[in-house]
Design a protein around this ligand. Structure first.
Ligand SMILES: C[S@@+](CC[C@H](N)C(=O)[O-])C[C@H]1O[C@@H](n2cnc3c(N)ncnc32)[C@H](O)[C@@H]1O
Length: 264
């Protein structure tokens, strides 16, 4: 399929949309903060940190307002957070507790540019909910793989999954739950006076136009680059934790994935 926008357009739209998101980002995205997702985040962080030395350095690409970065910082690690959006970085900086500030280096910039210019060593590279915003996510994955040395890890977290519909009945229930989830979310946002950015994500969520990110494609790229897949987790994220619980425990549907890989 031909590209639906140029690389420059995708960058420009990401800057524009995330300038609007900034301080409201996590309030507008309760699917990242509800009890169901929080427990997945905690388990993931514990699994990644289990084998890390205290002096390990983390690189969070597309760190946004620090959703995942904070988990590493509060566990005592030094972290470099990079984001295209000055406003998202400013919101992260403002919310960072004073005692964690010396551990954090926050940079405004584009991921590809950063990876081609920066030569620092990082034990873990994190990509949380950023791949679907990139014009060429495959190139970024390859650039990351090229810099990982033995024992170093890549964590891909909270990416929209290209869905494989096997049961039309289950998919209909999945859609019905999604409809209810969105309806309640919108009234909650209205009650809290937080504007929903309905039509803003078209080009910024570039890869969603192709159905999201295919974990099998990610596997193929990482394996071809010599990485070992440690774990892949597929599940269903929802705005409300109770809906995520129902989707995962009863419907067993999937729309999101996390993946941990390492250089053997
Ligand atoms: C959905 S947000 C996720 C933020 C954070 N990682 C999290 O999980 O909450 C995506 C972030 O990627 C950033 N981003 C998009 N394109 C980027 C690029 N080319 N280089 C660096 N950051 C980018 C956006 O500015 C935004 O903050």
């Amino acid at each position: 399929m031909p590209p639906l926008a140029s690389k420059e357009k995708v960058l420009e739209e990401n800057r524009r949309v995330h300038a609007l998101e900034n301080r409201h980002y996590l309030s507008r995205h309760p699917e990242q903060t509800n009890f169901f997702q929080k427990s997945i985040l905690e388990k993931t962080l514990n699994a990644v940190c289990q084998t890390l030395k205290p002096e390990a350095k983390i690189l969070d690409l597309g760190c946004g307002t620090g959703y995942l970065s904070l988990g590493f910082l509060s566990r005592g690690y030094c972290l470099t957070g990079l984001d295209l959006s000055q406003e998202m970085i400013a919101a992260f900086e403002d919310s960072l507790p004073v005692k964690l500030k010396p551990q954090a280096e926050l940079i405004v910039g584009d991921v590809e540019e950063f990876l081609s210019q920066n030569q620092d060593e990082f034990e873990v590279v994190v990509l949380s909910a950023i791949l679907h915003h990139l014009f060429d996510y495959e190139a970024v994955l390859r650039m990351i793989c090229a810099r990982l040395t033995s024992g170093q890890k890549l964590l891909v977290f909270f990416e929209p999954l290209k869905q494989d519909v096997q049961s039309p009945f289950r998919f209909a229930l999945h859609r019905a739950l999604s409809w209810l989830d969105e309806k309640l979310y919108r009234s909650e946002m209205k009650r809290r006076n937080i504007p929903v950015l309905d039509d803003e994500y078209h080009h910024s969520d570039y890869q969603r136009q192709f159905g999201g990110i295919d974990p099998n494609r990610v596997h193929t790229i990482l394996k071809a680059e010599g990485l070992e897949i440690v774990k892949t987790e597929k599940y269903c994220a929802r705005r409300f934790g109770i809906h995520a619980w129902l989707a995962n425990r009863i419907l067993r549907t999937q729309n999101t994935f996390n993946l941990l890989a390492m250089r053997p």
